[in-house]
Design a protein around this ligand. Structure first.
Ligand code: PEP
Length: 252
């Protein structure tokens, strides 16, 4: 147990329609509780406003990606920070593995997005994680540290405690049904917490939430959540099912 409030994110990717969103929102609203965990839903840009209006529980809404321009402007197809603020949203996700690997976002691009969002006072979930070949080559820690170092190079040190959640998402576990074992996840989270301590400081290391993502389901979240350095989850597929509520309840 730690004093860190658990954090659970639901990443709806480009996988949601009105038909799938309805039952999830209904289940969240019916749960009728203030959750122990901080809950943030990441709908597509299409569904930001309708989801915000439909949700009656204590859950925040965030965007799945952002363009790094600081101002409104001619960036067809993108979202910029002033629009996120205009919508009254607080959270931005950067560096999701699909952004890095399907859309070729380099570490420095991800870091710049984080910098711009934090500079505007938004909160940021920074996703990191190794690919299968990197894990097999023993590079798990090195990859995650490289991705985090890029962010640390451009954001204020004080952001890590208050405004950043780190999501450790091994790429081989995302959308594959192959969840990391509690031991594998805890080892990576411990590496990240040690990196925070060495690079940013003890207070940031103690305060920053580090959440696990990759095939989290109601049936496997308890063992993961019991690990000392796992402070919650980033959930993809299972966040589009009503039982997402059970994962939120499981994050204590
Ligand atoms: C994700 O998209 O961040 C994710 C973890 O997906 P899934 O839960 O479907 O593996």
């Amino acid at each position: 147990p730690s004093s860190r409030r658990p954090w659970v994110g639901g990443n709806w990717k480009a996988a949601a329609t009105k038909a799938t969103i309805g039952p999830v929102v209904e289940a969240l609203n019916k749960s009728g509780e203030g959750f122990a965990a901080e809950v943030v839903i990441f709908p597509s840009a299409m569904h930001l406003e309708s989801t915000k209006e439909a949700l009656k529980v204590d859950a925040k809404i965030g965007v799945q990606n952002i363009h790094s321009a600081e101002k409104l402007g001619a960036f067809t197809g993108e979202l910029v920070v002033p629009q996120v603020q205009d919508m009254g949203l607080e959270w931005v996700m950067v560096g999701h593995s699909e952004r890095r690997h399907l859309f070729g976002e380099a570490d420095a691009v991800v870091a710049e997005k984080a910098r711009v969002a934090l500079a505007a006072g938004l909160k940021v979930v920074v996703c990191v994680g190794e690919k299968l070949d990197e894990r097999e080559a023993g590079q798990c820690r090195a990859v995650v540290v490289r991705q985090l170092d890029a962010v640390a190079a451009v954001v204020p040190a004080e952001s890590w405690a208050a405004s950043i959640v780190v999501a450790y998402e091994p790429v081989w576990a995302i959308g594959t049904g192959k969840v990391a074992s509690a031991e594998q996840a805890q080892e990576a989270h411990k590496d990240i917490r040690e990196w925070l301590e060495a690079k940013i400081g003890a207070a940031a290391s103690a305060a920053c939430r580090i959440v696990y993502g990759g095939s989290v389901k109601p049936g496997n979240c308890t063992g993961l959540g019991a690990q000392p350095d796992i402070d919650g989850f980033l959930v993809g597929g299972a966040a589009l099912k009503p039982e997402f509520v059970d994962i939120i309840r499981g994050a204590q």
